[in-house]
Design a protein around this ligand. Structure first.
Ligand SMILES: C[S@@+](CC[C@H](N)C(=O)[O-])C[C@H]1O[C@@H](n2cnc3c(N)ncnc32)[C@H](O)[C@@H]1O
Length: 212
């Protein structure tokens, strides 16, 4: 069964609030700032923004001269994100499908896709959307799930496919294929990063080839 709007609408409530508690921690905010490196005046895309937990840090970093476009296809997620952003001039929240949304090509300095690329039903199409939207030299930061096909990862993957209807398409491999290369952020002192070897998450960074 495809993971449809009703799925994410349902998860716009309590489960997202719990997930946000992890993601709005200061260490995760710091990780966004160092890995995405949004600068004053930048145009930033928050793809699959959910209820918008990362909008405060993004809008703060780009400042009054910058702009943040937050996109999600779930009306309930979008409603919550729009409520959060209602008083902010430098944030626009838009309901759209990341697999098909038409964004101005080569126009974003940075894209944050926080646990959203694997949440879609067409990972390559979303990575294409990101790549097209970024300007040459533009940056992607995509924390996401990564479940190896062996051992504990395989078991977790089967559960995740059943419960969350994950497609099983690997985000890191897909980003590497589209961008030509990608890095994985590691480090001590950032709990969500400092995980055991079978960690089911990966913090992906990639840069669109400046010569594109
Ligand atoms: C796990 S949530 C992450 C939300 C947010 N980025 C965060 O870090 O809390 C995944 C989000 O992806 C959105 N999503 C799933 N498929 C999508 C699609 N095709 N286009 C746009 N958003 C999508 C869901 O509605 C949901 O809000």
């Amino acid at each position: 069964m495809p993971r449809d709007l009703s799925y994410w609408n349902r998860y716009s409530g309590l489960p997202m609030t719990v997930a946000e508690k992890v993601l709005v921690r200061q260490d995760f905010r710091d990780l966004i700032l160092t890995s995405l490196a949004p600068r004053p005046g930048d145009r930033v895309l928050d793809l699959g923004c959910g209820t918008g937990p990362h909008l405060p840090v993004l809008r703060g970093a780009v400042g009054a001269d910058g702009h943040v476009l937050a996109v999600d296809y779930s009306p309930k997620m979008v409603a919550k994100a729009a409520l959060r952003a209602r008083a902010w001039d430098n944030v626009e929240v838009r309901q759209a499908d990341a697999t098909a949304v038409e964004l101005e090509p080569d126009s974003y300095d940075a894209v944050l896709a926080s646990f959203s690329i694997s949440a879609t039903q067409d990972v390559p199409a979303v990575v294409d959307t990101v790549h097209r939207a970024l300007r040459p030299g533009g940056r992607l930061f995509a924390p996401d799930v990564r479940l190896p096909s062996r051992g504990v990862g395989r078991v977790l993957g089967l559960v995740y496919r059943g419960v969350a209807r994950w497609t099983g398409v690997d985000v890191l491999d897909t980003v590497r294929a589209r961008f030509g290369s990608a890095d994985v952020v590691t480090g001590k002192g950032v709990p969500i990063v400092d995980l055991p070897a079978f960690a089911p998450v990966v913090m992906i960074t990639a840069v669109k080839d400046p010569a594109t």
